[in-house]
Design a protein around this ligand. Sequence first.
Ligand code: 6GU
Length: 263
Amino acid sequence: MNYYVMTLFPEMIEQGMNTSIIGRAMAKGLISLETVNIRDFSVTGNGRIDDYPYGGGAGMVMQPEPVYRAYESLVSRIGSRPRLIYLTPQGRVFDQSMAEELAKEENLIFLCGHYEGIDERVLEEIATDYVSIGDYVLTGGELPSMVMMDSISRMVPGVLSNQESGQYESFQDGLLEYPHYSRPELWHEKQAPPVLLSGHHGNVDRWRRNQSILRTLRRRPELLQNGEYDKKDRKFIQSLLHDEYEEKITEEEKRILAKLLAI
Ligand code: 6GU
Protein backbone atom coordinates (compact mmCIF):
# COMPACT_ATOMS: atom_id res chain seq x y z
CA MET A 1 0.00 0.00 0.00
CA ASN A 2 1.39 3.36 -1.06
CA TYR A 3 -0.03 6.44 0.66
CA TYR A 4 0.36 9.96 -0.71
CA VAL A 5 -0.72 12.86 1.49
CA MET A 6 -1.21 16.36 0.12
CA THR A 7 -1.01 18.78 3.05
CA LEU A 8 0.27 22.09 4.38
CA PHE A 9 1.77 20.22 7.38
CA PRO A 10 3.85 17.32 6.02
CA GLU A 11 5.94 17.02 9.22
CA MET A 12 2.76 16.35 11.22
CA ILE A 13 1.94 13.36 8.97
CA GLU A 14 5.51 12.02 8.92
CA GLN A 15 5.88 12.19 12.71
CA GLY A 16 2.54 10.53 13.29
CA MET A 17 3.17 7.66 10.90
CA ASN A 18 6.70 6.67 11.95
CA THR A 19 5.71 5.07 15.24
CA SER A 20 4.43 1.74 16.46
CA ILE A 21 2.87 -0.88 14.19
CA ILE A 22 2.56 1.43 11.19
CA GLY A 23 6.21 2.49 11.52
CA ARG A 24 7.24 -1.17 11.57
CA ALA A 25 5.09 -1.91 8.49
CA MET A 26 6.83 0.96 6.69
CA ALA A 27 10.26 -0.38 7.74
CA LYS A 28 9.21 -3.81 6.39
CA GLY A 29 8.21 -2.22 3.07
CA LEU A 30 4.56 -3.26 3.35
CA ILE A 31 3.47 0.37 3.39
CA SER A 32 5.02 3.51 1.98
CA LEU A 33 4.26 7.15 2.66
CA GLU A 34 5.03 10.24 0.62
CA THR A 35 3.90 13.70 1.64
CA VAL A 36 3.41 16.58 -0.77
CA ASN A 37 3.62 20.10 0.62
CA ILE A 38 0.91 22.08 -1.18
CA ARG A 39 2.74 25.31 -0.25
CA ASP A 40 5.56 24.29 -2.65
CA PHE A 41 3.04 24.82 -5.48
CA SER A 42 2.12 28.39 -4.60
CA VAL A 43 1.50 30.45 -7.73
CA THR A 44 1.94 33.91 -6.22
CA GLY A 45 5.68 33.71 -5.66
CA ASN A 46 5.38 34.49 -1.95
CA GLY A 47 4.28 31.03 -0.80
CA ARG A 48 0.63 31.98 -0.32
CA ILE A 49 -1.90 29.32 -1.16
CA ASP A 50 -5.07 30.87 0.38
CA ASP A 51 -7.26 33.86 -0.34
CA TYR A 52 -10.43 35.60 0.87
CA PRO A 53 -13.73 33.90 0.11
CA TYR A 54 -15.84 35.36 -2.71
CA GLY A 55 -19.10 36.53 -1.19
CA GLY A 56 -17.38 37.38 2.08
CA GLY A 57 -17.52 35.61 5.39
CA ALA A 58 -15.10 34.25 7.94
CA GLY A 59 -11.82 32.51 7.22
CA MET A 60 -9.73 31.83 4.14
CA VAL A 61 -10.11 29.47 1.21
CA MET A 62 -7.31 27.35 -0.27
CA GLN A 63 -6.83 28.36 -3.90
CA PRO A 64 -7.47 25.79 -6.63
CA GLU A 65 -4.26 26.18 -8.64
CA PRO A 66 -1.67 25.16 -5.98
CA VAL A 67 -3.77 22.11 -5.12
CA TYR A 68 -4.17 21.24 -8.80
CA ARG A 69 -0.45 21.61 -9.53
CA ALA A 70 0.51 19.55 -6.48
CA TYR A 71 -1.91 16.85 -7.67
CA GLU A 72 -0.72 16.83 -11.32
CA SER A 73 2.92 16.68 -10.25
CA LEU A 74 2.11 13.78 -7.92
CA VAL A 75 0.07 11.68 -10.38
CA SER A 76 2.66 12.11 -13.12
CA ARG A 77 5.23 10.60 -10.74
CA ILE A 78 2.89 7.76 -9.67
CA GLY A 79 2.02 7.02 -13.30
CA SER A 80 -1.71 6.54 -12.63
CA ARG A 81 -4.66 8.41 -11.13
CA PRO A 82 -5.44 6.65 -7.83
CA ARG A 83 -8.53 7.36 -5.73
CA LEU A 84 -8.19 10.77 -4.08
CA ILE A 85 -9.83 11.09 -0.68
CA TYR A 86 -10.70 14.61 0.41
CA LEU A 87 -11.00 14.76 4.20
CA THR A 88 -14.03 16.83 5.15
CA PRO A 89 -16.70 16.82 7.87
CA GLN A 90 -19.15 16.91 4.92
CA GLY A 91 -18.05 13.47 3.70
CA ARG A 92 -19.38 9.96 4.15
CA VAL A 93 -18.57 8.78 7.67
CA PHE A 94 -15.57 6.42 7.74
CA ASP A 95 -16.16 2.93 9.09
CA GLN A 96 -14.59 -0.54 9.16
CA SER A 97 -16.15 -1.66 5.87
CA MET A 98 -14.68 1.41 4.13
CA ALA A 99 -11.25 0.58 5.64
CA GLU A 100 -11.51 -2.96 4.26
CA GLU A 101 -12.50 -1.72 0.83
CA LEU A 102 -9.73 0.90 0.63
CA ALA A 103 -7.11 -1.63 1.79
CA LYS A 104 -7.52 -3.36 -1.61
CA GLU A 105 -6.12 -0.32 -3.46
CA GLU A 106 -2.46 -0.18 -4.45
CA ASN A 107 -2.19 3.62 -4.14
CA LEU A 108 -4.27 6.15 -2.22
CA ILE A 109 -4.03 9.95 -2.21
CA PHE A 110 -5.31 11.94 0.78
CA LEU A 111 -5.99 15.64 0.40
CA CYS A 112 -5.98 17.59 3.66
CA GLY A 113 -7.73 20.93 3.72
CA HIS A 114 -7.30 23.77 6.19
CA TYR A 115 -8.91 27.12 6.88
CA GLU A 116 -12.51 27.16 5.71
CA GLY A 117 -11.82 24.62 2.97
CA ILE A 118 -10.61 24.29 -0.61
CA ASP A 119 -12.02 26.06 -3.68
CA GLU A 120 -14.84 23.80 -4.87
CA ARG A 121 -13.73 23.78 -8.52
CA VAL A 122 -10.52 21.84 -7.97
CA LEU A 123 -12.32 19.32 -5.75
CA GLU A 124 -14.77 18.68 -8.61
CA GLU A 125 -11.84 17.84 -10.85
CA ILE A 126 -9.68 15.65 -8.62
CA ALA A 127 -11.62 14.24 -5.62
CA THR A 128 -13.10 10.77 -6.02
CA ASP A 129 -14.18 10.32 -2.36
CA TYR A 130 -15.32 12.72 0.37
CA VAL A 131 -14.74 11.22 3.79
CA SER A 132 -15.38 12.38 7.38
CA ILE A 133 -14.20 10.54 10.50
CA GLY A 134 -17.22 11.49 12.60
CA ASP A 135 -19.68 14.21 13.45
CA TYR A 136 -17.45 16.80 15.09
CA VAL A 137 -15.26 19.52 13.59
CA LEU A 138 -11.45 19.42 13.49
CA THR A 139 -8.99 22.11 12.36
CA GLY A 140 -7.76 20.18 9.33
CA GLY A 141 -7.65 16.90 7.48
CA GLU A 142 -4.27 15.72 8.83
CA LEU A 143 -5.52 13.78 11.86
CA PRO A 144 -8.41 12.24 9.90
CA SER A 145 -5.99 11.09 7.17
CA MET A 146 -3.80 9.44 9.83
CA VAL A 147 -6.81 7.80 11.44
CA MET A 148 -7.76 6.37 8.05
CA MET A 149 -4.22 5.24 7.19
CA ASP A 150 -3.91 3.52 10.57
CA SER A 151 -7.09 1.51 10.19
CA ILE A 152 -6.52 0.74 6.48
CA SER A 153 -2.96 -0.41 7.21
CA ARG A 154 -4.16 -2.99 9.76
CA MET A 155 -6.08 -4.62 6.90
CA VAL A 156 -2.97 -4.92 4.68
CA PRO A 157 -1.63 -8.52 4.77
CA GLY A 158 1.47 -8.89 6.96
CA VAL A 159 1.01 -5.65 8.91
CA LEU A 160 -0.39 -7.30 12.04
CA SER A 161 2.11 -9.80 13.39
CA ASN A 162 -0.51 -12.36 14.30
CA GLN A 163 -3.37 -12.70 11.78
CA GLU A 164 -5.52 -13.92 14.68
CA SER A 165 -5.39 -10.50 16.31
CA GLY A 166 -7.20 -9.03 13.35
CA GLN A 167 -9.82 -11.74 13.32
CA TYR A 168 -11.70 -11.33 16.57
CA GLU A 169 -11.67 -7.61 17.12
CA SER A 170 -14.49 -5.15 17.49
CA PHE A 171 -16.59 -4.80 14.32
CA GLN A 172 -15.14 -7.90 12.67
CA ASP A 173 -18.54 -9.57 12.95
CA GLY A 174 -20.52 -6.36 13.38
CA LEU A 175 -20.50 -6.61 17.19
CA LEU A 176 -18.22 -5.22 19.91
CA GLU A 177 -15.41 -7.39 21.20
CA TYR A 178 -15.70 -9.50 24.38
CA PRO A 179 -13.73 -8.49 27.54
CA HIS A 180 -10.15 -9.69 28.11
CA TYR A 181 -8.49 -11.10 31.24
CA SER A 182 -4.96 -12.15 32.14
CA ARG A 183 -2.98 -12.91 35.33
CA PRO A 184 -3.48 -12.64 38.24
CA GLU A 185 -6.57 -14.83 38.62
CA LEU A 186 -7.75 -12.67 41.55
CA TRP A 187 -7.22 -8.89 41.45
CA HIS A 188 -8.86 -6.31 43.78
CA GLU A 189 -11.15 -9.12 44.94
CA LYS A 190 -12.30 -9.68 41.36
CA GLN A 191 -12.09 -13.22 40.00
CA ALA A 192 -11.27 -13.78 36.31
CA PRO A 193 -14.20 -15.68 34.73
CA PRO A 194 -13.58 -19.37 35.59
CA VAL A 195 -14.65 -20.56 32.11
CA LEU A 196 -11.54 -18.83 30.67
CA LEU A 197 -9.31 -20.98 32.92
CA SER A 198 -11.21 -24.21 32.22
CA GLY A 199 -9.26 -25.16 29.10
CA HIS A 200 -12.56 -26.00 27.36
CA HIS A 201 -12.22 -24.15 24.05
CA GLY A 202 -15.83 -24.67 23.00
CA ASN A 203 -17.11 -23.17 26.24
CA VAL A 204 -14.61 -20.30 26.00
CA ASP A 205 -15.77 -19.45 22.45
CA ARG A 206 -19.43 -19.61 23.49
CA TRP A 207 -18.81 -17.39 26.53
CA ARG A 208 -16.95 -14.83 24.41
CA ARG A 209 -19.69 -14.75 21.79
CA ASN A 210 -22.32 -14.25 24.51
CA GLN A 211 -20.25 -11.46 26.06
CA SER A 212 -19.97 -9.78 22.64
CA ILE A 213 -23.74 -9.78 22.28
CA LEU A 214 -24.24 -8.55 25.85
CA ARG A 215 -21.60 -5.83 25.56
CA THR A 216 -23.03 -4.58 22.27
CA LEU A 217 -26.50 -4.53 23.84
CA ARG A 218 -25.18 -2.44 26.77
CA ARG A 219 -22.89 -0.04 24.92
CA ARG A 220 -23.92 0.17 21.25
CA PRO A 221 -27.37 -1.37 20.92
CA GLU A 222 -27.86 0.17 17.47
CA LEU A 223 -25.08 -2.13 16.16
CA LEU A 224 -26.95 -5.32 17.05
CA GLN A 225 -28.96 -5.18 13.82
CA ASN A 226 -25.70 -5.62 11.83
CA GLY A 227 -25.02 -9.02 13.37
CA GLU A 228 -26.10 -12.47 12.26
CA TYR A 229 -27.45 -14.80 14.91
CA ASP A 230 -27.35 -18.59 14.73
CA LYS A 231 -29.28 -21.11 16.79
CA LYS A 232 -26.95 -20.88 19.81
CA ASP A 233 -26.98 -17.07 19.73
CA ARG A 234 -30.77 -17.15 19.68
CA LYS A 235 -30.80 -19.52 22.62
CA PHE A 236 -28.59 -17.09 24.55
CA ILE A 237 -30.80 -14.14 23.61
CA GLN A 238 -33.84 -16.13 24.80
CA SER A 239 -32.11 -16.80 28.12
CA LEU A 240 -31.50 -13.04 28.53
CA LEU A 241 -35.14 -12.30 27.74
CA HIS A 242 -36.27 -14.76 30.39
CA ASP A 243 -33.82 -13.55 33.08
CA GLU A 244 -32.06 -16.92 33.04
CA TYR A 245 -28.64 -15.27 32.80
CA GLU A 246 -26.66 -13.78 35.71
CA GLU A 247 -26.92 -10.19 34.42
CA LYS A 248 -29.93 -7.98 34.87
CA ILE A 249 -31.59 -6.95 31.61
CA THR A 250 -33.74 -3.81 31.51
CA GLU A 251 -37.14 -3.67 29.81
CA GLU A 252 -35.69 -1.42 27.07
CA GLU A 253 -32.90 -3.96 26.44
CA LYS A 254 -35.47 -6.75 26.28
CA ARG A 255 -37.42 -4.81 23.68
CA ILE A 256 -34.25 -4.59 21.54
CA LEU A 257 -33.51 -8.30 21.98
CA ALA A 258 -37.05 -9.32 21.09
CA LYS A 259 -36.72 -7.31 17.86
CA LEU A 260 -33.49 -9.17 17.06
CA LEU A 261 -35.14 -12.54 17.30
CA ALA A 262 -37.60 -11.41 14.63
CA ILE A 263 -34.77 -10.83 12.08
CL1 6GU B 1 -12.23 14.58 7.60
N1 6GU B 1 -12.00 17.03 8.56
C1 6GU B 1 -12.25 17.98 9.45
N2 6GU B 1 -11.71 19.20 9.31
N3 6GU B 1 -13.03 17.79 10.51
C2 6GU B 1 -13.56 16.58 10.65
C3 6GU B 1 -13.33 15.54 9.74
C4 6GU B 1 -12.53 15.80 8.69
N4 6GU B 1 -14.01 14.44 10.15
C5 6GU B 1 -14.63 14.82 11.26
N5 6GU B 1 -14.38 16.09 11.57
